[in-house]
Each structure stands twice: as structure tokens, then as C-alpha cells.
Design a protein around this ligand. Structure first.
Ligand code: FEO
Length: 161
């Protein structure tokens, strides 16, 4: 595999794990706010990010490309509201979408079809990722300051698989 493309995928492994760490930080915030449903939702999100990193790890291994693992930055656990958390999450996913699209374009430019096809899963996944944060934001905006409705949302978030 092309060295530059390999380096970019290795960097994306780090970014996916960092994403997981960010969502774990959000889960920690919710635990502190006694919102166990939202904490569960974010822990599941963190697990999904680790799965994304592992898909890339396995792909590099299968291609016989070197795997390099860098340090992961520490995330914040401080937020000012439930809505603020999900808005920050959506913003982060939009950033990740940009990284995935850039990676996909690099694979196409290198005519590395196997990598391009592999990355298509992530291109599609990013649509879902943005949508799941976006839907939570829409519901939270409807809920506004209603404590009862927020409680119900927390209970519903606990059922995320
Ligand atoms: Fe791995 Fe949330 O994108």
C-alpha cells in the first residue's frame, strides 16, 4: 500500500479512538448529572468508535501494511447542558466526515480500489452518525426546559443497543 495512504489510515485509527474517548468524556458528564440513559447512549457510541478503529486496524493488517499507534488526546468531561453535549457531538461527527471523505479521495487518487471500496462503508456510516446526533438535537430542542420530558428522553436513551 502507498505510504502516504497508509499513514492517513493509521492517523484515522487514532482519530476514531479519540472519538471514542470524547464520547466517553460525554458519558462521564452524564453520569455526574445523574442521567444514566444518556450516559449509556454515549458509552455505546464510544464502543462503536472503537469498532471503527478496529475495522481499519484489521484492514491494514490484511493488506500487510505497517500499523502505528500514537498517543490519544484526553477529552473534556465538562459541558454546560445536555443539548450542548449533543451539539458538540454533531460538530465532531461533521469533522470526522470531512476526514473520511478526504481519505476516500486519497484512495481514489492513488487508484487504490480496494481501499476506496473499504472506505465506502465509512462514508455511509458517517451519514448515520450525523443523523443520530442530529435527531437527538431535534428532540432536545423540542423538550426545551421541560424536566419531565428530559427525564423521558433519558429513559428512552437507555434502550440504545
Ligand atoms: Fe467513527 Fe462517529 O465516526
Amino acid at each position: 500500500m502507498n505510504d502516504a495512504l497508509t499513514a492517513k489510515i493509521n492517523d484515522q485509527i487514532n482519530k476514531e479512538l479519540y472519538s471514542g474517548y470524547i464520547y466517553l468524556g460525554m458519558a462521564a458528564y452524564f453520569e455526574g448529572e445523574n442521567l444514566p440513559g444518556f450516559a449509556h447512549w454515549m458509552k455505546r457510541q464510544a464502543e462503536e468508535e472503537v469498532e471503527h478503529a478496529m475495522k481499519m486496524f484489521t484492514f491494514l493488517a490484511e493488506r500487510g501494511a505497517p500499523i502505528t499507534l500514537d498517543a490519544i488526546d484526553g477529552p473534556t468531561t465538562e459541558y454546560d447542558s445536555v443539548l450542548g453535549v449533543f451539539r458538540a457531538g454533531l460538530e465532531h461527527e461533521q469533522y470526522v466526515t470531512g476526514l473520511i471523505n478526504d481519505l476516500y479521495e486519497s484512495a481514489l487518487a492513488e487508484k487504490d480500489h480496494a481501499t476506496a471500496i473499504f472506505l465506502q462503508w465509512f462514508v455511509t456510516e458517517q451519514v448515520e452518525e450525523e443523523d443520530s446526533f442530529g435527531s437527538m438535537i431535534e428532540d432536545l430542542e423540542r423538550v426545551g426546559d421541560c424536566g419531565k420530558a428530559l427525564y423521558m428522553m433519558d429513559r428512552a436513551a437507555a434502550s440504545r443497543e
